[in-house]
Ligand binder design. Structure first.
Ligand code: FAD
Length: 677
């Protein structure tokens, strides 16, 4: 592609910034012009100098006003000045960013700003210069700004507006393509009119509601209700802003929220990762630590970008300014921890349906075959289903979508039944309660979490749940039913609990189906060696799905975040040529109300436990701070629970390693081994 000199006017605005970035990515020389850089399109000051030698000009100027006279004045003056300067400079193409439907009198008669845009389009169209007018629908990016301006207290009032919102980045891409377009040579002053819209039609209020459900707040506002008022007339309310013809962009609101970018799937990649979860995100880093250039294709069945799942049951409920974007481990969404590099493609919403290790290929749900150099299976685990059908009010909580849905359901103090007293169930029962939700917590036994905590601590935790208002019900789930506005959960003893929604967390199973069908060794997980290699050539596995030989604790499968991350990294490095054994002793952490803990190794009350607690004013053990040691029959410490004791995972791991060699004879001697800090 020929490198061009392009002047972008309004380069500091939402679309101007994206256009500038995109053009630079294409290798063009871009002059980002704005008043602050000395170019004033209203007075014409600095325009001539800026346009000298330019091949193309993009007009992304804007003035926000509802008054028709002010808008017409601004847009005709600036367009006139730009066209005059462009004519003098011999600029080859002008691209004007406008709004679909703005020139339609039925649309703009009640909206003065659009009359200004119509006048701007007219000025360009009649300039006699090679012009492209981009007729874009409303950008997703503008919705937070609209909400900020229209929210008062708990209520936002939006104009009734049917729209096909589009990603501003897609519009910027189109603008960049038009900039590079050669005039057709026939007319000399070709005028191109190109419309672009998003793939889905919805009202502005619905788009705002869906965004709010994910992000919690928009433009710094979290309205409880969004009202619609037909402020701008019937044409805008009924779809007058949606172009009938033109380009339909692929990016849906969900994809935009998740920060995905659709790519064409290649025939093959140097590295393919199946599953776009936590292990996958880290495997990309691992590969890149060894190989900066190889192509990486990631296929994830879930439409969400890789998310740091612990946030779905903690931070996103407890930290007021937390946003889902910040929990995305790899995404192009603003705020995401990392964006994929040019050689890494995320194909989200894409399921891998089969593997063929013999010819190193796999098949996608659309039927396409993809070859791989090295393959990582990072398919995670799936929630175990029970007699309660999953649905819009029955969530088997694991994904971003589940989070969004639960957030939506629990916005206004509802009643939720949480079924399953394990780790996820307990966390959710706690955070929902902390969010003002009435929670009935169905568990098979009390005290809670007795498989993890010694009796005294389990009782303290159970008391905390009751004191906080969680209603504990002991029973086993038998089934239930969903109504339009609620669910009924039925227990084996016949008890029925009616609520607005149910969240079920009764354990997960590793997703081994692909590996098994391809003939890989599977036994409660995909079997791998200490380098995370399966028995099949060039295929690795990591995360919840992998069963590996832990160097201290023996063969196991771990369903925890830190293992997924560290295994992902090691597998990625080894796929790209490193030779690293996986040596990390597993650990996990959790927060329950004001308690926080880290559990290193086998925190399992089938072992003998040695408790070491701070002492309270009454000389009794104080369960706010302490360490519990889990010791096997022959005196080896297999696990350590750090209860509100921080920065001690390393010494805990060392203790497990040391006592594997020198057994503990006097269990009492363990007390004080790890100080409380
Ligand atoms: C709500 C929640 C909170 C948690 N909190 C904690 C915590 O506080 N601490 C902790 O240590 N652990 C926590 N965990 C556990 C931790 O998140 C998991 O151990 C971790 O996500 C496992 O990573 P993974 O990459 O193996 O699997 P995942 O992150 O589950 O990713 C696997 C992905 O593979 C996809 N997939 C499966 N099959 C296919 C296929 N055939 N084609 C394409 N894609 C496929 C799945 O859709 C999924 O998105 C939590 C889990 C949840 C659900």
């Amino acid at each position: 592609m020929r490198t061009m000199k392009v002047v972008v006017l309004g380069a500091t605005g939402t679309i101007g910034t994206l256009i500038t970035t995109r053009l630079r990515e294409f290798g063009h020389e871009v002059l980002a012009a704005s008043r602050s850089s000395g170019v004033d399109a209203v007075t014409g000051e600095g325009l001539e100098a800026a346009l000298a030698g330019a091949d193309a000009v993009v007009d992304a100027l804007n003035r926000e006003t509802l008054r028709a006279a002010a808008a017409i004045e601004y847009f005709t003056t600036t367009a006139g000045n730009v066209c005059a300067a462009a004519r003098r400079a011999g600029v080859g193409r002008l691209v004007c960013v406008s709004i679909a439907g703005a020139a339609d009198p039925a649309v703009n008669k009640t909206y003065g700003y659009y009359r200004g845009k119509a006048a701007q389009e007219h000025a360009y169209r009649s300039s006699g210069l090679p012009v492209t007018i981009i007729h874009s629908t409303q950008w997703f990016e503008l919705v937070p700004t609209i909400l900020r301006r229209t929210t008062v207290g708990p209520v936002a009032v939006l104009p009734t507006m049917r729209m096909a919102a589009v990603s501003a980045a897609s519009v910027a891409r189109l603008v960049a393509d038009e900039v590079a377009r050669k005039p057709d040579g026939r007319t000399g002053h070709e005028v191109r009119e190109v419309a672009i819209r998003g793939p889905e039609v919805a009202t502005a209020a619905d788009v705002a509601r869906r965004m709010l459900a994910v992000r919690g707040s928009l433009g710094g506002k979290s309205p409880k209700r969004i009202l619609e008022v037909p402020l701008f007339g019937r044409a805008i309310a009924s779809g007058g802003l949606i172009p009938e013809d033109g380009l339909v962009d692929e990016v849906t609101l969900d994809q935009w929220l998740a920060g995905t970018r659709p790519h064409a799937v290649r025939d093959g990649y140097d590295y393919v990762i199946v599953g776009a979860g936590m292990a996958a995100a880290k495997a990309i880093d691992g590969i890149r630590a060894e190989d900066q250039a190889g192509s990486i294709g990631v296929f994830g069945e879930d439409p969400s970008a890789p998310v740091y799942r612990p946030d779905l049951s903690k931070t996103l409920w407890l930290k007021e300014d937390a946003s889902l974007e910040e929990s995305l481990m790899l995404s192009e969404a603003p705020g995401a921890a990392k964006t994929p590099d040019e050689s890494t493609e995320l194909h989200l919403g894409t399921t891998v349906t089969s593997l063929n290790p013999d010819d190193r290929s796999l098949a996608l749900d659309g039927g396409q075959r993809v070859r791989y150099g090295k393959l990582l299976l990072a398919t995670g685990a799936a929630p175990r289903l029970t007699g309660l059908e999953p649905g819009s009010r029955v969530l088997y909580y694991r994904t971003v979508d589940d989070f969004r849905r639960l957030r939506e359901l629990t916005r206004a103090g509802v009643h939720v039944v949480v079924v399953g007293g394990g780790y996820i169930g307990s966390e959710l029962a706690a955070v929902l309660t902390q969010n003002g939700v009435r929670v009935t917590f169905v568990v098979t036994s009390v005290p809670l979490l007795a498989h993890l905590f010694p009796d005294s601590l389990a009782h303290t935790v159970t008391r905390e749940f009751s004191d906080r208002g969680v209603e504990l019900v002991v029973g086993r789930l038998a089934g239930g039913s969903t109504r339009r506005k609620g669910v009924t959960v039925r227990l084996e003893d016949g008890t029925e609990i009616a609520a607005d929604a149910a969240v079920v967390g009764v354990g997960v199973s590793p997703r081994t189906e692909l590996a098994r069908a391809a003939g890989l060794a599977v036994d409660d997980g995909i079997l791998v060696d200490d380098h995370l290699r399966t028995g099949a050539h060039s295929i690795y596995a990591a995360g919840d799905v992998a069963r590996y030989p832990d160097r201290l604790l023996g063969v196991r499968r771990v369903e925890h975040a830190s293992a997924a991350e560290t295994m992902g990294t090691v597998a990625g490095r080894n796929m790209a040529g490193a030779d690293r054994p996986y040596r990390t002793t597993p650990f996990f952490w959790s927060d329950l109300f004001d308690f926080g803990y880290e559990a290193v190794g086998e925190v399992d009350t089938r072992h003998r436990t040695v408790e070491d607690w701070a002492v309270g004013d009454d000389s009794q053990p104080d369960h706010s701070t302490g360490v519990v040691y889990y010791v096997n029959q022959i005196g080896a410490v297999r696990g350590v629970l750090l209860w509100n004791v921080w920065e001690s995972v390393k010494p805990a791991r060392k203790l497990i390693e040391r006592t594997g060699l020198e057994r503990v004879r006097d269990l009492d001697s363990l007390r004080g081994e790890i100080p409380f800090g």
